[in-house]
Design a protein around this ligand. Structure first.
Ligand code: PGA
Length: 249
C-alpha cells in the first residue's frame, strides 16, 4: 500500500550553517517515525545535509530543478546535479515557482521527465488560487495541472511520483483547508489518477496536503483516507514543530 510521508519545504530560508544545525537536530530527534520523512532544502545545502542525514530515516529533496539536461543555462541546477548530491526527491511545480517564475505546464512536464530520468522522485504540487475556489473551479484547475504536466508519463514512471495538493490560498496564510475540503480534493485527484492509470497505481500514489499544516491540525488532516501526509513550509523550520507533525502519524 501507499506510503505516508511528511516532507519539509524550507523554501528560501536558512543559511548553510543554520540548515546544518536544523538537520542535525532533526537527525537526533527523528528516530523511528511511523511515516517516511523528507526535508526539502535550498540547492546549496543539499550535499552537506544529505551526507549528514545518511543512515537516518530522513531523505532529502531539492525544491526545484532545471528544465534542461545540461549546458549553457547560467545559474540553473540540473536534475543530474541534484541526484549527485545524494538527494532522492525534487519538489516540482510549487505554486511559488508557477506564480513568480513563470513555470508553465510544459516546463514542469520537462522537469518531471528529467527528474525521473535521473533517478529522482518528483513531489509534484497542484492547487487552485482563492478566486478559482470561490468560483467552484478547483477540481478542473487541478485536473488541468495533472493532465498538463504528468499524464504523459508511462504508468511505470507515474508510480514514482508523489503528489502534493496545496491550495494556494492556504500557503503561508494560516488558513488551512478543512479536513473535508482537503479529503474531497484528494479523492478527486485519486479518481483522476485511477481513470488514467488504473486503480492499483491510484491506490499506491501518496497524495500529501500542504498549506498552513502544523502540529495542531496535522492529525485531523492525516486521519482522512486519501490524505497520505503533508508538505510543510513554515512549520518545517523548527525541529520540534516538524517532529510534532511527523508524530501525528
Ligand atoms: P506553509 O507552506 O506550510 O508555510 O503554508 C507549504 C508549502 O508551500 O509547501
Amino acid at each position: 500500500m501507499r506510503k505516508n510521508i511528511v516532507a519539509g519545504n524550507w523554501k528560501m530560508n536558512k543559511t548553510l550553517q543554520e540548515g546544518v544545525a536544523l538537520a542535525t537536530e532533526l537527525k537526533s530527534i527523528v528516530k523511528n517515525p511511523n511515516c517516511d520523512v523528507i526535508v526539502g532544502t535550498p540547492f546549496i545545502h543539499l550535499a552537506t545535509v544529505a551526507e549528514l542525514l545518511k543512515g537516518s530515516p530522513i531523505a532529502v529533496a531539492a525544491e526545484n530543478c532545471a528544465d534542461h539536461a545540461s549546458g549553457a543555462y547560467t545559474g540553473e541546477v540540473s536534475a543530474a546535479m541534484v541526484k549527485s548530491t545524494g538527494a532522492s526527491y525534487v519538489i516540482i511545480g510549487h505554486s511559488e515557482r508557477r506564480a513568480y517564475y513563470g513555470e508553465t505546464y510544459a516546463i514542469l512536464k520537462e522537469k518531471v521527465q528529467l527528474a525521473l530520468a535521473n533517478g529522482l522522485r518528483p513531489i509534484f504540487c497542484v492547487g487552485e488560487v482563492k478566486e478559482e475556489r470561490e468560483a467552484g473551479r478547483q477540481n478542473e484547475v487541478v485536473k488541468a495541472q495533472l493532465e498538463g504536466s504528468l499524464f504523459g508519463l508511462t504508468a511505470e514512471e507515474f508510480a514514482k511520483v508523489v503528489i502534493a495538493y496545496e491550495p494556494v490560498w492556504a500557503i503561508g496564510t494560516g488558513l488551512t483547508a478543512t479536513p473535508e475540503q482537503a479529503q474531497e480534493m484528494h479523492s478527486h485527484i485519486r479518481g483522476l489518477v485511477a481513470a488514467k492509470y488504473g486503480r492499483e497505481i491510484a491506490d499506491g500514489c501518496s497524495i500529501l496536503y500542504g498549506g498552513s499544516c502544523n502540529a495542531k491540525n496535522a492529525a485531523s488532516l492525516f486521519a482522512n483516507p486519501d490524505i497520505d501526509g503533508g508538505l510543510i513550509g513554515g512549520a518545517s523550520l523548527k525541529a520540534e514543530d516538524f517532529k510534532a507533525i511527523i508524530d501525528a502519524f
